[in-house]
Ligand binder design. Structure first.
Ligand code: DAH
Length: 343
């Protein structure tokens, strides 16, 4: 009996010592099992009680319970201490300096072509135009036939046009939208339509196989060349400044008759001649003309009842001019150092 009491004391002391020195939670669990588990030391000592008289058993049982309680309390305290310690260590490992300056996310900016286009759209919306959508993959019918292009017109050539097959191509001009709009809608019509167009050109400072155009179309009763001139002059002045001078030169387009090109007085030299206008004093801005009766007829609109004008301009060159950029390739390279310069 005394030996057993002694055994209990030693068990308690070694357990408490071990618990006090325990370095981490894993170790603590091992100690718990080692003493209090089914095959643990305390259990082993108490198992011997069976050999004792009932009076002695009682005393030993009480002592055993006290030892168990002492070990359990020590374990619980240690558990708390070690958990706190672990949290502290974790937090120390994750320490961050909230006073460090943050990394700024790179915000996108509008592309120069989009910037010019936004302004152009706003100007035409102000004159009652709406924006129409077209398709980049088109048919010969919409890109050439409906637009009155002669069957031997050089632009139909494979050297100028990307054909997908005999019938299907990448549109070479946004003028296709004129036909799509007139087929579906009746006059009065007043639309613009910006978009991508494709031509089999080699890449250089002024050419790209993919570029952007904006098409315009007005059809109503009694539309005359004077409406074309007035509308496009106002447009040029809103875009390039109220004092901008313009001139019209006769030109040829298959889908308009008569046709013209409109130039603006060079904004860089005011018409005196400089590098920007190649000493011309003028800069070409757009092509335009009165919608050809054949085009109206093709779309089921009676040319005796309705007339209209159309115009088309390149957006890439407009952006180059506006921002004084000397190489079209810069517009397509997507170099953010270049693109973030414009607003
Ligand atoms: N489609 C012509 C081109 O690509 C531009 C153009 C000229 C469009 C005159 C028109 C127009 O609507 O009337 O060069």
């Amino acid at each position: 009996m005394n030996a057993m009491i002694e055994d209990l004391k030693i068990t308690k002391q070694t357990a408490l010592d071990q618990i006090a020195q325990c370095p981490d939670l894993k170790e603590l669990e091992k100690i718990r099992v080692q003493y209090l588990g089914k095959k643990g030391r305390l259990t082993a000592v108490l198992r011997q009680m069976g050999k004792l008289e009932s009076e002695e058993r009682k005393v030993l049982g009480q002592q055993g319970n006290l030892v168990r309680e002492a070990i359990e309390t020590a374990l619980a305290e240690s558990l708390q201490r070690l958990k706190l310690h672990e949290t502290e260590q974790k937090l120390n490992g994750e320490w961050l300096d909230v006073t460090l300056p943050g990394k700024k996310p790179k915000a996108g900016k509008k592309h120069p072509i989009s910037l010019v286009l936004d302004d152009i759209i706003e100007i035409f919306m102000g004159m009652g135009f709406s924006v129409a959508d077209g398709r980049e993959i088109e048919t010969v019918r919409y890109n050439f036939d409906a637009l009155n292009a002669p069957s031997d017109h050089p632009s139909r050539d494979e050297q100028d046009t990307f054909y997908i097959n005999d019938d299907v191509l990448l549109r070479t001009q946004t003028s296709t939208v004129q036909v799509r709009v007139m087929e579906k809608n009746r006059p009065p019509l007043r639309i613009i339509s910006p978009g991508r167009v494709y031509r089999a050109d080699d890449v250089d400072a002024t050419h790209s196989p993919l570029f952007h155009q904006l098409e315009g179309l007005v059809v109503d009763k009694g539309i005359a060349f004077a409406d074309l001139k007035g509308t496009l002059e106002i447009f040029a002045r809103r875009l390039y400044g109220e004092n901008t001078g313009v001139r019209f030169r006769p030109h040829y387009f298959p889908f308009t008759e008569p046709s013209a090109e409109m130039d603006i007085v060079c904004f860089s030299c005011d018409g005196n001649g400089c590098r920007v206008c190649k000493q011309e004093g003028y800069i070409e801005l757009l092509g335009a003309g009165m919608v050809h009766p054949n085009v109206l007829k093709f779309c089921g609109i009676d040319p005796d009842e309705y007339t209209g004008f159309a115009f088309g301009m390149g957006l890439d060159r407009a952006a180059l001019k506006r921002y004084n950029i000397n190489d079209m390739r810069l517009l397509f390279e997507n170099d953010s150092r270049f693109l973030t310069q414009f607003s």
